[in-house]
Design a binder for this molecule. Structure first.
Ligand code: FES
Length: 109
């Protein structure tokens, strides 16, 4: 697995946030809720909305277009949606927030 620093420590707010980061041309959505960080795909699988414009409710990321909900830990869509989002492991280190990418480089980049 390759670990990539996507947010230097100085850019991490103490408040909760939802924002996008670019990793080699791909947009990922980073979510901070309390002391937990999550990294998920940024494009909604339903109709392509930008999930970073959504909001969090009870551990789920809610899409701003049609309100599909996705579990931040597993990526599973709510019952009846029949969809999911990719999730990525995260680690908060001394110098920033890292995302683990296990896909072969030719798929991710
Ligand atoms: S585009 Fe996200 S729920 Fe429709």
């Amino acid at each position: 697995m390759n670990w990539i620093n996507v947010l230097p420590l100085r850019n991490i707010a103490s408040d909760d946030f939802i924002r996008t980061v670019q990793v080699s041309g791909r947009k990922l959505c980073i979510v901070k809720v309390g002391k937990e960080y999550y990294a998920v795909q940024n494009k909604c699988p339903h109709a392509g909305a930008d999930l970073s414009n959504g909001w969090c409710e009870s551990g789920k990321l809610v899409c701003p277009y049609h309100r599909h909900e996705f579990d931040l830990k597993t990526g599973r869509g709510a019952a009846g949606q029949g969809n999911y989002i990719d999730t990525y492991p995260v680690e908060l280190r001394e110098d920033g927030l890292y995302i683990g990418i296990s896909e072969p480089w030719w798929k991710f980049w």
